[in-house]
Design a protein around this ligand. Structure first.
Ligand code: DON
Length: 321
């Protein structure tokens, strides 16, 4: 389905950033009727999400903000938290240690794979799958569980430029059913990859996944990584430019799970998805797209969100390659 806009883009006649509002609304119109995919239900409360919700937001590094549809609707951030906790940990312990303790290569397997750990001698391989994210959260510095939680919550809030809060219903539902993540944490411990109590680390990880955000928040958080770690709305330097670069490299190779190659091939941007249907796609130096639509494909990526990002990447000429 090659539209007029896409044709213009492919011939190099880009409509440009001046038309970003119009194109965001066009992306919303095109895919709002797309009903492929299913809402995640392995965390019971997530099954109640309204599948018709669809929000798009694009925030530029100069602070310009554009929205279409349900861009201010709250949902739990889920796996997208992995990108930002990774950045915070990288900022604390450095490039080398993160590489050694967590890794930066794609597993080629689903996000909650246990066998990926076994196949790789206990290395979680990368911070964007559950095993690697749990190992990364285990590296968050600082005292008691509550102190470490506050570091994570306030760090992610600085990325968003506002105080983020827990969705307690999601936290309760996921805490009651996250046996697989508990098993992954125990397995990591058995390989000497987790220094703290596995139950505590899974608790922290489950809390970080239960923070409520909107598509607009995702766009601001992504634009912070696009802007060398500086939040374009608050001006706060949240992480260093080097850490932003490292995080984007990991998102390019691992952010869309085992579909990361296809995503990069079609869309050409570092990105991260989550099972509630959020996607953040980062355009280095320019800004970021935040998308929210709960229906997912089999890998756990939002169907409408992927299509909207593909359209915007082509129409705005965002593909990095
Ligand atoms: O640990 C889990 O399974 C969820 N808290 C997050 C998973 C997730 O978002 C994967 N996304 N596609």
């Amino acid at each position: 389905d090659v539209s007029e806009v896409e044709q213009r883009a492919s011939t190099g006649a880009l409509p440009g950033w001046s038309q970003v509002d119009e194109l965001l609304h066009e992306a919303h119109r095109r895919y709002a009727g797309l009903d492929e995919g299913t809402v995640a239900d392995y965390i019971p409360v997530l099954a109640e999400a309204d599948p018709s919700l669809f929000g798009l937001s694009l925030v530029e590094t100069d602070g310009g903000a554009h929205h279409a549809g349900d861009a201010q609707t709250a949902f739990s951030i889920q796996s997208i938290s992995k990108a930002f906790v990774f950045a915070l940990v990288c900022d604390e312990i450095g490039h080398e240690l993160v590489h050694e303790r967590v890794g930066v290569n794609n597993t080629g397997l689903p996000f909650n794979s246990v066998i990926a750990l076994e196949l790789n001698d206990g290395s979680p391989m990368n911070p964007m799958v559950n095993a690697g994210a749990i190992a990364t959260t285990g590296l968050v510095a600082g005292g008691s569980l509550e102190e470490r939680w506050e570091r994570i919550r306030s760090g992610l809030s600085r990325f968003a430029g506002r105080e983020l809060a827990l969705d307690h219903e999601v936290l309760r539902s996921e805490s009651e059913t996250n046996h697989r993540n508990q098993a992954i944490a125990r397995l990591l411990q058995s390989y000497g990859r987790l220094d703290d109590d596995p139950a505590d680390v899974v608790d922290l990880y489950t809390r970080q996944c239960s923070l409520a955000v909107t598509a607009e928040d995702l766009a601001v958080m992504g634009a912070t990584l696009a802007d060398g770690g500086v939040n374009p709305i608050t001006g706060d330097q949240v992480v260093s430019a080097e850490v932003s670069r490292d995080t984007l490299a990991v998102l390019a190779s691992c952010g869309m799970y085992e579909r990361s190659g296809e995503w990069l091939y079609e869309i050409g941007l570092p990105a991260k998805s989550g099972v509630t249907g959020g996607i953040v796609a980062i355009v280095p130096g320019k800004g970021a797209i935040g998308a929210y639509a709960p229906r997912l494909d089999p890998a756990g990526n939002s169907v409408r969100g992927q299509r909207a990002c593909a359209f915007l990447s082509r129409a705005l000429g965002l593909n990095l390659f």
